[in-house]
Design a protein around this ligand. Structure first.
Ligand code: AMP
Length: 159
């Protein structure tokens, strides 16, 4: 891709990002604002809000923490239980599509933690795990995370 094209795409994404943030404040449909935020997010390996959550610069409701992972309640829950599980060290894993062989251990750790937290939350009848990836996958924060959703009947197919 030509450098000028790449700059134009970045500018357009920044413009959409501003519109997305504005709409997310104005929209009454939370699904629409989540999608707008995801479409407006710029895929990148730069630090995200999750780094500030890990460093405790911004508060979160932590439900589980060890040396490798942090689990905290989603600020915009889509189910009675909605928890995000993230690696403390991103190591290039802005999303699942960036996974390499060296990430197998942490990817397994994220899923295993989801199971531990599901048990801790009493989700004995079942739960759902989601990993959004990229704009089409509705990813809005580019620090890999597992969504743990439960406490209500899930539907299939997902939206
Ligand atoms: P995704 O759209 O898959 O990238 O998911 C990102 C999630 O992060 C969304 O469900 C947001 O609601 C959630 N989120 C964003 N900021 C925060 C925050 N400060 N605390 C907790 N969850 C957040």
């Amino acid at each position: 891709m030509k450098e000028s094209n790449s700059i134009d795409i970045k500018k357009e994404r920044i413009r959409l990002s501003r519109i997305g943030v504005l709409n997310s404040h104005l929209s009454s449909d939370p699904m629409a604002s989540e999608k707008e935020a995801a479409l407006a997010a710029v895929p990148s390996d730069s630090p995200t809000i999750f780094d500030k959550i890990i460093s405790k610069e911004i508060p979160s409701k932590v439900v589980y923490e060890d040396d490798e992972v942090l689990a905290f309640r989603d600020i915009s829950p889509q189910a009675p239980t909605h928890i995000l599980i993230i690696p403390k060290v991103k190591d290039g894993l802005s999303g699942l599509s960036k996974a390499e062989e060296r990430h197998c251990e942490i990817l397994g750790r994220l899923l295993y933690t989801a199971k531990v937290v599901a048990k801790q939350e009493g989700l004995d009848d079942g739960f759902r795990i989601v990993i959004n990836d990229g704009p089409s996958g509705c990813q809005s924060v580019y620090h890999i995370h597992v969504h743990l959703l439960g406490g209500r009947q899930m539907n299939w197919p997902p939206g």
